[in-house]
Design a protein around this ligand. Sequence first.
Ligand SMILES: Cc1ncc(COP(=O)(O)O)c(C=O)c1O
Length: 378
Amino acid sequence: MDWIEKEKNLIVPVYKRKEVIFERGEGCYLYDIHGKRYLDLVSGIACVAIGHSHPEFVEKVYSQLKKLVQVSNLYYTIPQIILAEKLKKITGMDKFFFCNSGTEAVEASLKFARKATGKKKFVAFTNGFHGRTMGALSVTYKEKFRKPFEPLVQPVEFAKFNDASDLEKKVDENTAAVILELIQGEAGVYPASEEFVKTIFELKEEYGYLVIVDEVQTGFGRTGKWFAKEHYDVEPDIIAMAKAMGSGFPIGCSAVTEEVAEKLEKGDHGSTFGGNPLACAASIATIEIIEKYKLVENSEKMGKYFMERLGEMFSEVRGKGLMIGVKVPNAEEIVKKGLEQGVVLNATSEDNLRLVPPLIIRKEDIDLAVEVLAKILR
Ligand SMILES: Cc1ncc(COP(=O)(O)O)c(C=O)c1O
């Protein structure tokens, strides 16, 4: 059976896929339909934090699956409340809205910011990525993604990332929120400078806008802290999260302060699937496993080791924890050869690789990755 040929007649052509069909995963490794093993340095795009098919995750999700999957938000369910309690501890935020993906988390965050401030304008940043639905797309920088779908949500202004003086020109008293990734992920792993983040929060005091931090990619230990905001010592008004929240199981969340929550009323937003018991069980299990096996600490430690090893080979290595960007010659060629050699890599541009392995990665896996990269470059 030629599955790839068959797919061409069935799936809308919006994805550019690599020539491989994955069938199963275990820990940091994926297996294709021919049984070939690959070291996974992509994790389903920074999702599979605890590794593939973690036995404790499987058990906990299965146990919820047998009990109850979905009743909608017309009723109370306990896993949603337990998850909110856990999130409160690890984020320091007050109240939580559950959804199913990153773009939905951003969508909810934008709506909440407008409702809470009564203002309309959003300020986002060059090279930022926040998702593909109409609201999230409106604050996503890449014109190629936005242009065909205009008119989008307005007014939106883009300020230069890491340029405080440009930001000062773009924000005003009509600004509902500034939205940013503290470490830009889709752009290729570019951290915001501390000075820049400080200015965002200083100007917030002056103009009274909210700060939405998009931690969809940086959350849940990816950067060597539970959330990237801890690197900057800032407290946002709203945090959007998803990806690693369920270690691959679809779930997202917009976390808000009490001040924002106070302005929200019944009917302001909603989701049929959002916070369903199964997704919440997956997220609870993810958080418990991250805690139990100290994966935030492992992310910091292994991230340092990975960056050091990459620094022996490449002149530009950026990032924090296990969110790493590397400047390379011909990224697509390296990705192709990586697959041939059994390492799954991701190129974010012609000359950049983004490495976001599962947070359970060990030294020997990193050594294997480095060995394969060295071989490819030879
Ligand atoms: C920072 C950020 N925000 C939002 C999104 C959108 O998430 P999703 O693809 O789950 O809708 C992404 C996806 O890559 C992201 O990296």
